[in-house]
Design a protein around this ligand. Structure first.
Ligand SMILES: O=C(O)CCC(=O)C(=O)O
Length: 291
């Protein structure tokens, strides 16, 4: 909240703001051809050391590669993103690469918490650098889920409200989102989202960048094998240097023994999703576009 008590706005544009509050994502114009070509040139020049399957550049073992990728994506993309959302700072720039192959699904998930979300959400801009056809691993989302899914998100694994029924949610409820080259999907990272495998013959290249509220510090939640969850304040470059499975470096600010969530049934998730869609008068797409 601001000093006046008004909620902080994310998008400069009022229509994008209301769509984002309602759905948890928008698709909007973002980049010109020159910027796309520069990002593609950087993608080809920077060597991740990975040449198969799906990988976000964070999965590379090469920290220098990850730092250079972050700096390049930030320098090329953030000047554009900051014309669309207001009051955010870039945290992490990456390439999301999906080589062809049946084992390249990114199952439904919500992204890790990377900054305090009690007053403002973290946003991610997902920016295709090549045409992403439905066969190539198009993004799919559960609209509105950012507002009613609960729980902490971090490493290495966390219980979630939806995990037990995620396949049905994926197949029966999640909606494909078309994002043409030049546009971006900008989403609240609490949104349930994922991508099917790349069943085309071509590599899908996307760049993306997180924006956290200006002035926020970077945080990470870690769940110990004994079930205790701890929150840490971590360095801003945490995501590029952290190895999943390790205990995070940084100052612990909270510890929750026996962390658990209220698990939802498929019917509960479906009824929340349908209630949202009906209440906004939006089209119902249940059962469409299965992956
Ligand atoms: O690029 C993809 O296929 C998935 C990306 C994603 O889910 C994410 O950035 O959290």
């Amino acid at each position: 909240m601001t000093d006046t008590g008004a909620p902080l706005r994310t998008f400069f544009d009022a229509d994008l703001e209301s769509a984002s509050l309602r759905d948890g994502f928008v698709v909007c114009d973002l980049v010109d051809r020159t910027t796309i070509d520069s990002l593609l040139a950087a993608y080809h020049e920077l060597d991740s050391g990975i040449d198969e399957g799906y990988y976000p550049s964070l999965m590379s073992a090469d920290v220098e590669y990850k730092e250079r990728t972050h700096a390049t994506v930030r320098d090329l993309l953030w000047p554009r993103v900051s014309t669309v959302i207001d009051g955010f700072s870039p945290l992490l720039g990456v390439f999301m690469v999906k080589h062809p192959g049946p084992d390249t699904e990114v199952p439904p998930h919500q992204d890790w918490i990377v900054a305090d979300e009690s007053e403002r959400q973290t946003m991610n801009a997902w920016v295709p650098l090549v045409d992403v056809t439905p066969e190539m691993g198009q993004m799919r989302v559960l609209p509105g889920s950012h507002r009613w899914l609960e729980g902490l998100r971090g490493s290495p694994t966390f219980p979630t409200q939806w995990e037990a029924v995620h396949r049905r949610v994926r197949d029966e409820l999640m909606e494909p989102v078309e994002v043409p080259v030049g546009q971006a999907l900008i989403y609240d990272i609490r949104l349930l989202h994922g991508t099917p495998p790349n069943l085309s013959g071509e590599t899908r290249v996307v760049s993306s960048i997180y924006g956290i509220p200006e002035g926020s510090s970077s945080i990470h939640y870690y769940r110990d094998p004994d079930g205790t969850v701890s929150g840490y304040r971590v360095p801003m470059n945490f995501c590029t240097v952290f190895n999943i499975g390790d205990v995070p470096m940084g100052e612990k600010f909270v510890e929750i023994p026996d962390y658990a969530v209220d698990v939802l049934t498929f019917e509960e998730i479906e009824s929340r999703y349908l209630a949202e869609r009906r209440s906004v008068g939006a089209r119902l797409t249940v059962g469409l576009g299965r992956w």
